[in-house]
Design a protein around this ligand. Structure first.
Ligand code: FAD
Ligand code: DHB
Length: 390
Protein backbone atom coordinates (compact mmCIF):
# COMPACT_ATOMS: atom_id res chain seq x y z
CA UNK A 1 0.00 0.00 0.00
CA UNK A 2 1.26 3.50 -0.76
CA UNK A 3 0.07 7.01 0.04
CA UNK A 4 1.53 10.50 0.34
CA UNK A 5 0.63 11.10 4.00
CA UNK A 6 0.12 8.20 6.41
CA UNK A 7 -1.97 9.47 9.33
CA UNK A 8 -2.03 7.60 12.63
CA UNK A 9 -5.19 8.28 14.65
CA UNK A 10 -8.78 9.19 13.71
CA UNK A 11 -9.43 11.80 16.38
CA UNK A 12 -10.20 15.37 15.37
CA UNK A 13 -6.54 16.03 14.47
CA UNK A 14 -6.04 13.04 12.13
CA UNK A 15 -9.46 13.29 10.46
CA UNK A 16 -9.27 17.03 9.85
CA UNK A 17 -5.71 16.78 8.52
CA UNK A 18 -6.83 14.12 6.04
CA UNK A 19 -9.71 16.35 4.94
CA UNK A 20 -7.54 19.47 4.52
CA UNK A 21 -5.01 17.48 2.47
CA UNK A 22 -7.74 15.97 0.27
CA UNK A 23 -8.98 19.47 -0.57
CA UNK A 24 -5.44 20.30 -1.74
CA UNK A 25 -5.16 17.18 -3.91
CA UNK A 26 -2.88 15.24 -1.54
CA UNK A 27 -3.78 11.65 -0.75
CA UNK A 28 -3.66 10.10 2.70
CA UNK A 29 -4.63 6.97 4.61
CA UNK A 30 -5.90 7.21 8.20
CA UNK A 31 -5.17 4.30 10.58
CA UNK A 32 -7.22 4.03 13.78
CA UNK A 33 -6.88 1.30 16.37
CA UNK A 34 -10.42 1.63 17.79
CA UNK A 35 -13.81 0.94 16.20
CA UNK A 36 -15.91 3.62 14.52
CA UNK A 37 -18.56 3.29 17.28
CA UNK A 38 -15.95 3.83 19.99
CA UNK A 39 -14.39 6.87 18.33
CA UNK A 40 -17.79 8.45 17.67
CA UNK A 41 -19.04 7.78 21.19
CA UNK A 42 -16.19 9.27 23.23
CA UNK A 43 -17.57 12.25 25.18
CA UNK A 44 -14.91 14.96 25.31
CA UNK A 45 -14.60 18.64 24.53
CA UNK A 46 -17.50 20.92 23.67
CA UNK A 47 -16.29 24.43 22.88
CA UNK A 48 -15.00 25.56 19.50
CA UNK A 49 -13.14 28.83 18.97
CA UNK A 50 -14.37 30.96 16.07
CA UNK A 51 -11.22 30.03 14.13
CA UNK A 52 -11.91 26.31 14.55
CA UNK A 53 -15.48 26.86 13.35
CA UNK A 54 -14.22 28.81 10.31
CA UNK A 55 -11.70 26.07 9.52
CA UNK A 56 -14.36 23.33 9.68
CA UNK A 57 -16.76 25.34 7.49
CA UNK A 58 -14.02 26.09 4.93
CA UNK A 59 -13.15 22.38 4.92
CA UNK A 60 -16.75 21.61 3.91
CA UNK A 61 -17.62 19.79 7.14
CA UNK A 62 -19.49 22.62 8.87
CA UNK A 63 -23.09 22.22 7.62
CA UNK A 64 -24.48 20.51 10.73
CA UNK A 65 -22.27 22.67 12.94
CA UNK A 66 -23.88 25.78 11.43
CA UNK A 67 -27.37 24.30 11.88
CA UNK A 68 -27.01 22.76 15.34
CA UNK A 69 -24.04 24.53 16.95
CA UNK A 70 -24.84 27.20 19.55
CA UNK A 71 -22.98 30.50 19.24
CA UNK A 72 -22.00 31.94 22.63
CA UNK A 73 -20.88 35.51 23.04
CA UNK A 74 -19.43 35.13 26.53
CA UNK A 75 -19.27 33.29 29.85
CA UNK A 76 -20.18 33.95 33.48
CA UNK A 77 -17.60 33.90 36.23
CA UNK A 78 -18.85 33.31 39.76
CA UNK A 79 -17.60 33.37 43.34
CA UNK A 80 -19.79 33.38 46.45
CA UNK A 81 -22.15 36.33 46.28
CA UNK A 82 -21.20 37.40 42.75
CA UNK A 83 -21.94 36.14 39.25
CA UNK A 84 -20.88 38.40 36.40
CA UNK A 85 -20.87 38.18 32.63
CA UNK A 86 -17.89 38.59 30.32
CA UNK A 87 -19.15 39.62 26.89
CA UNK A 88 -16.46 38.37 24.51
CA UNK A 89 -18.11 39.99 21.51
CA UNK A 90 -17.87 43.40 23.18
CA UNK A 91 -14.44 42.79 24.65
CA UNK A 92 -12.65 41.44 21.58
CA UNK A 93 -15.17 41.07 18.75
CA UNK A 94 -15.08 37.25 18.75
CA UNK A 95 -17.39 34.48 19.98
CA UNK A 96 -17.16 30.72 20.66
CA UNK A 97 -19.47 27.84 19.68
CA UNK A 98 -20.89 24.95 21.67
CA UNK A 99 -20.69 21.84 19.46
CA UNK A 100 -19.52 18.53 20.88
CA UNK A 101 -16.25 16.95 19.80
CA UNK A 102 -18.26 13.76 19.18
CA UNK A 103 -20.28 15.66 16.58
CA UNK A 104 -17.16 17.13 14.93
CA UNK A 105 -15.70 13.61 14.70
CA UNK A 106 -18.97 12.14 13.33
CA UNK A 107 -19.14 14.85 10.64
CA UNK A 108 -15.51 14.25 9.60
CA UNK A 109 -15.94 10.45 9.50
CA UNK A 110 -19.17 10.67 7.46
CA UNK A 111 -17.46 12.95 4.93
CA UNK A 112 -14.36 10.76 4.74
CA UNK A 113 -16.30 7.51 4.26
CA UNK A 114 -18.37 9.18 1.53
CA UNK A 115 -15.73 8.90 -1.20
CA UNK A 116 -12.81 10.33 0.79
CA UNK A 117 -9.42 8.70 1.34
CA UNK A 118 -9.16 5.33 3.15
CA UNK A 119 -9.97 5.32 6.86
CA UNK A 120 -9.15 1.97 8.45
CA UNK A 121 -10.61 1.21 11.88
CA UNK A 122 -9.52 -1.50 14.33
CA UNK A 123 -5.96 -1.78 13.08
CA UNK A 124 -3.30 -2.93 15.56
CA UNK A 125 0.48 -3.09 16.08
CA UNK A 126 1.00 0.28 14.39
CA UNK A 127 4.72 1.15 14.04
CA UNK A 128 6.17 4.16 12.21
CA UNK A 129 9.55 3.27 10.65
CA UNK A 130 12.44 4.89 8.75
CA UNK A 131 11.24 8.37 9.71
CA UNK A 132 14.71 9.90 9.31
CA UNK A 133 14.84 9.07 5.59
CA UNK A 134 12.83 10.22 2.55
CA UNK A 135 10.63 7.12 2.46
CA UNK A 136 9.05 6.40 5.84
CA UNK A 137 6.53 3.62 6.28
CA UNK A 138 3.96 2.41 8.78
CA UNK A 139 3.67 -1.25 9.64
CA UNK A 140 0.33 -2.37 11.04
CA UNK A 141 -2.07 -5.28 11.23
CA UNK A 142 -5.44 -4.70 9.58
CA UNK A 143 -8.84 -5.49 11.12
CA UNK A 144 -8.78 -8.95 9.50
CA UNK A 145 -5.44 -9.75 11.14
CA UNK A 146 -3.27 -9.35 8.02
CA UNK A 147 0.13 -7.64 8.40
CA UNK A 148 0.38 -4.55 6.15
CA UNK A 149 2.99 -1.98 5.16
CA UNK A 150 1.95 1.57 4.22
CA UNK A 151 4.71 3.34 2.27
CA UNK A 152 4.50 7.15 2.65
CA UNK A 153 6.22 10.44 1.84
CA UNK A 154 5.35 11.73 5.30
CA UNK A 155 3.77 10.36 8.50
CA UNK A 156 1.49 12.41 10.74
CA UNK A 157 1.30 11.19 14.35
CA UNK A 158 -2.21 12.26 15.42
CA UNK A 159 -2.61 9.37 17.84
CA UNK A 160 -3.25 11.23 21.08
CA UNK A 161 -1.45 11.14 24.40
CA UNK A 162 -1.12 7.34 24.58
CA UNK A 163 -0.15 6.84 20.94
CA UNK A 164 2.94 5.28 19.38
CA UNK A 165 4.24 8.34 17.50
CA UNK A 166 5.56 10.58 20.29
CA UNK A 167 7.99 7.94 21.66
CA UNK A 168 9.52 7.67 18.17
CA UNK A 169 10.03 11.47 18.06
CA UNK A 170 11.44 11.75 21.57
CA UNK A 171 13.83 8.86 20.89
CA UNK A 172 15.49 11.39 18.53
CA UNK A 173 18.36 13.28 20.18
CA UNK A 174 16.97 16.70 21.21
CA UNK A 175 13.65 15.74 22.81
CA UNK A 176 12.35 17.79 25.77
CA UNK A 177 9.29 17.27 27.97
CA UNK A 178 7.50 19.61 30.37
CA UNK A 179 4.76 18.32 32.64
CA UNK A 180 2.53 19.52 35.48
CA UNK A 181 -0.04 17.34 37.20
CA UNK A 182 -2.70 19.13 39.23
CA UNK A 183 -3.91 17.96 42.66
CA UNK A 184 -7.52 17.69 41.49
CA UNK A 185 -9.65 16.09 38.78
CA UNK A 186 -13.01 16.76 37.12
CA UNK A 187 -16.08 14.66 37.55
CA UNK A 188 -18.17 15.30 34.44
CA UNK A 189 -21.79 14.40 33.71
CA UNK A 190 -23.99 14.64 30.66
CA UNK A 191 -27.67 15.08 31.56
CA UNK A 192 -30.98 15.24 29.72
CA UNK A 193 -31.80 18.60 31.26
CA UNK A 194 -32.34 21.99 29.64
CA UNK A 195 -29.39 24.24 30.63
CA UNK A 196 -30.53 26.70 33.33
CA UNK A 197 -28.19 29.32 31.90
CA UNK A 198 -27.72 31.11 28.59
CA UNK A 199 -23.90 31.12 28.88
CA UNK A 200 -21.37 28.76 30.52
CA UNK A 201 -20.75 29.40 34.22
CA UNK A 202 -17.28 28.97 35.74
CA UNK A 203 -17.79 28.96 39.50
CA UNK A 204 -15.18 29.31 42.24
CA UNK A 205 -16.41 27.84 45.53
CA UNK A 206 -14.72 26.97 48.86
CA UNK A 207 -15.75 23.32 48.30
CA UNK A 208 -14.27 23.28 44.80
CA UNK A 209 -14.75 24.48 41.23
CA UNK A 210 -17.87 23.77 39.17
CA UNK A 211 -18.55 24.36 35.47
CA UNK A 212 -21.99 24.59 33.87
CA UNK A 213 -21.81 23.82 30.17
CA UNK A 214 -24.19 22.35 27.61
CA UNK A 215 -24.42 20.41 24.38
CA UNK A 216 -27.85 21.49 23.09
CA UNK A 217 -31.01 23.28 24.30
CA UNK A 218 -32.01 20.02 26.05
CA UNK A 219 -28.65 18.57 27.16
CA UNK A 220 -26.44 19.93 29.96
CA UNK A 221 -22.76 19.11 30.51
CA UNK A 222 -21.63 19.77 34.08
CA UNK A 223 -18.34 19.33 35.90
CA UNK A 224 -17.22 19.46 39.53
CA UNK A 225 -13.72 19.48 40.96
CA UNK A 226 -12.96 16.27 42.88
CA UNK A 227 -9.89 14.68 44.38
CA UNK A 228 -7.94 12.69 41.73
CA UNK A 229 -8.23 9.56 43.91
CA UNK A 230 -12.06 9.71 43.88
CA UNK A 231 -13.93 6.69 42.54
CA UNK A 232 -16.94 7.33 40.32
CA UNK A 233 -18.90 4.62 42.24
CA UNK A 234 -18.82 6.91 45.30
CA UNK A 235 -20.73 9.61 43.46
CA UNK A 236 -24.43 8.86 43.14
CA UNK A 237 -26.39 11.15 40.82
CA UNK A 238 -28.00 12.67 43.92
CA UNK A 239 -24.62 13.49 45.46
CA UNK A 240 -23.44 15.12 42.23
CA UNK A 241 -26.58 17.27 41.88
CA UNK A 242 -26.28 18.32 45.54
CA UNK A 243 -22.64 19.35 45.01
CA UNK A 244 -23.66 21.30 41.89
CA UNK A 245 -26.44 23.07 43.86
CA UNK A 246 -23.93 24.09 46.53
CA UNK A 247 -21.21 25.28 44.18
CA UNK A 248 -23.52 27.21 41.84
CA UNK A 249 -25.67 28.67 44.66
CA UNK A 250 -27.00 32.04 43.46
CA UNK A 251 -29.97 34.08 44.67
CA UNK A 252 -33.18 33.24 42.80
CA UNK A 253 -31.57 30.69 40.47
CA UNK A 254 -31.11 26.92 40.48
CA UNK A 255 -29.50 24.11 38.51
CA UNK A 256 -31.88 22.09 36.28
CA UNK A 257 -31.76 18.39 37.11
CA UNK A 258 -32.41 15.55 34.66
CA UNK A 259 -31.46 11.98 33.74
CA UNK A 260 -27.68 11.46 33.86
CA UNK A 261 -26.57 9.71 30.66
CA UNK A 262 -22.78 9.74 31.12
CA UNK A 263 -20.54 10.08 34.15
CA UNK A 264 -16.73 9.99 34.32
CA UNK A 265 -13.67 11.34 36.14
CA UNK A 266 -10.97 13.14 34.12
CA UNK A 267 -7.42 13.63 35.40
CA UNK A 268 -5.86 17.04 34.77
CA UNK A 269 -2.39 17.67 33.48
CA UNK A 270 -0.32 20.04 31.39
CA UNK A 271 2.17 18.33 29.12
CA UNK A 272 4.32 19.61 26.25
CA UNK A 273 6.72 17.52 24.18
CA UNK A 274 9.20 19.20 21.85
CA UNK A 275 10.08 19.06 19.03
CA UNK A 276 6.85 18.14 17.25
CA UNK A 277 8.84 16.59 14.43
CA UNK A 278 11.48 14.00 13.76
CA UNK A 279 12.53 13.77 10.10
CA UNK A 280 9.40 12.87 8.14
CA UNK A 281 7.25 12.17 11.21
CA UNK A 282 5.17 15.15 12.44
CA UNK A 283 3.12 15.24 15.65
CA UNK A 284 -0.18 17.11 15.99
CA UNK A 285 -2.78 17.49 18.75
CA UNK A 286 -2.73 15.51 21.98
CA UNK A 287 0.13 13.36 20.65
CA UNK A 288 2.39 16.34 21.40
CA UNK A 289 0.63 18.27 24.16
CA UNK A 290 -2.11 18.07 26.77
CA UNK A 291 -3.79 21.00 28.51
CA UNK A 292 -6.10 20.79 31.51
CA UNK A 293 -9.67 21.25 30.25
CA UNK A 294 -10.42 24.59 32.00
CA UNK A 295 -10.73 27.08 29.15
CA UNK A 296 -11.46 24.42 26.52
CA UNK A 297 -8.26 24.60 24.52
CA UNK A 298 -7.42 20.91 23.76
CA UNK A 299 -9.56 20.37 20.69
CA UNK A 300 -8.90 23.88 19.38
CA UNK A 301 -5.15 23.36 19.62
CA UNK A 302 -5.48 20.13 17.63
CA UNK A 303 -7.33 22.07 14.91
CA UNK A 304 -4.66 24.80 14.89
CA UNK A 305 -1.82 22.25 14.65
CA UNK A 306 -3.25 20.40 11.67
CA UNK A 307 -4.19 23.60 9.87
CA UNK A 308 -0.55 24.66 10.06
CA UNK A 309 0.70 21.17 9.24
CA UNK A 310 -1.58 20.82 6.22
CA UNK A 311 -0.20 24.08 4.76
CA UNK A 312 3.37 22.96 5.37
CA UNK A 313 2.78 19.53 3.79
CA UNK A 314 1.12 21.05 0.72
CA UNK A 315 4.23 23.20 0.24
CA UNK A 316 6.52 20.20 0.72
CA UNK A 317 4.66 17.72 -1.45
CA UNK A 318 3.41 20.01 -4.24
CA UNK A 319 6.22 22.55 -4.46
CA UNK A 320 9.10 20.47 -3.01
CA UNK A 321 9.88 23.35 -0.61
CA UNK A 322 10.75 22.43 3.00
CA UNK A 323 10.62 25.95 4.49
CA UNK A 324 7.21 25.51 6.15
CA UNK A 325 7.80 22.00 7.49
CA UNK A 326 11.11 23.24 8.87
CA UNK A 327 9.38 25.88 11.01
CA UNK A 328 6.28 23.74 11.80
CA UNK A 329 7.42 22.60 15.23
CA UNK A 330 8.68 25.98 16.49
CA UNK A 331 5.65 27.89 15.19
CA UNK A 332 3.13 25.34 16.47
CA UNK A 333 4.82 25.32 19.89
CA UNK A 334 4.40 29.11 20.22
CA UNK A 335 0.64 28.63 20.15
CA UNK A 336 0.87 25.52 22.32
CA UNK A 337 2.66 27.48 25.05
CA UNK A 338 0.17 30.38 24.85
CA UNK A 339 -2.70 27.90 25.34
CA UNK A 340 -0.73 26.01 27.98
CA UNK A 341 -0.33 29.23 29.92
CA UNK A 342 -3.98 30.22 29.55
CA UNK A 343 -5.24 26.77 30.57
CA UNK A 344 -2.92 26.78 33.58
CA UNK A 345 -4.08 30.30 34.48
CA UNK A 346 -7.79 29.40 34.32
CA UNK A 347 -7.18 26.14 36.16
CA UNK A 348 -5.11 27.78 38.92
CA UNK A 349 -7.58 30.63 39.36
CA UNK A 350 -10.71 28.47 39.61
CA UNK A 351 -9.77 25.32 41.58
CA UNK A 352 -9.56 25.13 45.36
CA UNK A 353 -6.26 23.82 46.63
CA UNK A 354 -3.60 25.01 49.03
CA UNK A 355 -4.47 27.25 51.94
CA UNK A 356 -6.49 30.40 52.63
CA UNK A 357 -3.71 32.56 51.25
CA UNK A 358 -4.15 30.83 47.86
CA UNK A 359 -7.91 31.31 48.10
CA UNK A 360 -7.52 35.06 48.69
CA UNK A 361 -5.20 35.35 45.68
CA UNK A 362 -7.76 33.58 43.51
CA UNK A 363 -10.59 35.81 44.69
CA UNK A 364 -8.48 38.89 44.16
CA UNK A 365 -7.80 37.79 40.55
CA UNK A 366 -11.52 37.16 39.94
CA UNK A 367 -12.41 40.60 41.35
CA UNK A 368 -9.75 42.12 39.10
CA UNK A 369 -11.39 40.55 36.03
CA UNK A 370 -14.75 41.82 37.31
CA UNK A 371 -13.46 45.39 37.80
CA UNK A 372 -10.94 45.87 35.00
CA UNK A 373 -11.84 45.87 31.32
CA UNK A 374 -8.18 45.25 30.48
CA UNK A 375 -8.10 42.11 32.63
CA UNK A 376 -11.43 40.94 31.19
CA UNK A 377 -10.23 41.56 27.64
CA UNK A 378 -7.05 39.55 28.25
CA UNK A 379 -9.21 36.59 29.28
CA UNK A 380 -11.62 37.10 26.36
CA UNK A 381 -8.85 37.21 23.74
CA UNK A 382 -7.30 34.00 25.03
CA UNK A 383 -10.61 32.17 25.51
CA UNK A 384 -11.89 32.95 22.02
CA UNK A 385 -8.51 32.08 20.53
CA UNK A 386 -5.79 33.68 18.50
CA UNK A 387 -6.00 33.58 14.70
CA UNK A 388 -4.79 30.32 13.15
CA UNK A 389 -1.92 30.86 10.73
CA UNK A 390 -1.66 28.19 8.09
P1 FAD B 1 -7.49 12.18 20.23
O1 FAD B 1 -8.85 12.71 20.20
O2 FAD B 1 -7.00 11.51 21.47
O3 FAD B 1 -7.36 11.18 19.01
C1 FAD B 1 -6.29 10.27 18.87
C2 FAD B 1 -6.78 9.06 18.11
O4 FAD B 1 -5.68 8.17 17.90
C3 FAD B 1 -7.81 8.26 18.92
O5 FAD B 1 -8.93 8.00 18.09
C4 FAD B 1 -7.07 7.01 19.33
O6 FAD B 1 -7.94 5.90 19.46
C5 FAD B 1 -6.10 6.86 18.17
N1 FAD B 1 -4.90 6.08 18.50
C6 FAD B 1 -4.19 6.06 19.65
N2 FAD B 1 -3.16 5.21 19.54
C7 FAD B 1 -3.19 4.70 18.31
C8 FAD B 1 -2.39 3.75 17.62
N3 FAD B 1 -1.34 3.19 18.18
N4 FAD B 1 -2.72 3.44 16.35
C9 FAD B 1 -3.80 4.00 15.75
N5 FAD B 1 -4.60 4.90 16.36
C10 FAD B 1 -4.29 5.23 17.62
N6 FAD B 1 -10.68 19.28 25.82
C11 FAD B 1 -11.40 20.35 26.03
O7 FAD B 1 -11.09 21.39 25.49
N7 FAD B 1 -12.53 20.28 26.85
C12 FAD B 1 -12.93 19.12 27.44
O8 FAD B 1 -13.92 19.07 28.13
C13 FAD B 1 -12.16 17.98 27.23
N8 FAD B 1 -12.50 16.81 27.79
C14 FAD B 1 -11.70 15.73 27.59
C15 FAD B 1 -12.01 14.53 28.21
C16 FAD B 1 -11.17 13.41 28.05
C17 FAD B 1 -11.51 12.12 28.75
C18 FAD B 1 -10.01 13.53 27.25
C19 FAD B 1 -9.07 12.36 27.08
C20 FAD B 1 -9.73 14.73 26.62
C21 FAD B 1 -10.55 15.84 26.79
N9 FAD B 1 -10.27 17.05 26.18
C22 FAD B 1 -11.02 18.10 26.39
C23 FAD B 1 -9.16 17.21 25.25
C24 FAD B 1 -9.60 17.03 23.81
O9 FAD B 1 -10.62 16.08 23.72
C25 FAD B 1 -8.37 16.63 23.02
O10 FAD B 1 -7.47 17.71 23.08
C26 FAD B 1 -8.65 16.24 21.57
O11 FAD B 1 -9.34 15.02 21.53
C27 FAD B 1 -7.35 16.13 20.79
O12 FAD B 1 -7.57 15.52 19.56
P2 FAD B 1 -6.51 14.57 18.92
O13 FAD B 1 -7.08 14.15 17.60
O14 FAD B 1 -5.17 15.18 18.98
O15 FAD B 1 -6.42 13.31 19.90
C1 DHB C 1 -16.50 22.33 28.30
C2 DHB C 1 -15.28 21.90 28.70
C3 DHB C 1 -14.38 22.82 29.16
O1 DHB C 1 -13.18 22.43 29.54
C4 DHB C 1 -14.65 24.15 29.23
O2 DHB C 1 -13.73 25.02 29.70
C5 DHB C 1 -15.87 24.58 28.80
C6 DHB C 1 -16.80 23.66 28.34
C7 DHB C 1 -17.49 21.35 27.81
O3 DHB C 1 -17.19 20.15 27.80
O4 DHB C 1 -18.59 21.75 27.44
Amino acid sequence: MRTQVGIIGAGPAGLLLSRLLTLQGIDSVVLENRSREYVEGRIRAGILEQHSVDTLIEAGVGDRLQREGLEHRGIYLQYPGTRFALDFKELCGRTVWVYGQTEVVKDLITTQLDGGPPLLFEVSDVVPEEVDGESPRIRFTDAEGNPQVLECDVIAGCDGFHGVSRPVVTAGARGQLWERTYPYAWLGILADAAPATDELIYSWHPEGFALYSMRSPSVSRLYIQVDPSEKIENWSDERIWDALDTRFAHEGWSVNRGRVTDKSILPMRSFVSAPMRRGRLFLAGDAAHIVPPTGAKGLNLAVADVTRLAGALVRLLHEKQSDLVDVYSDKALERVWRCTHFSWFMTSMMHRSGDDFDAQLQLSQLRRIHDSEAAARELAENYTGLPIES
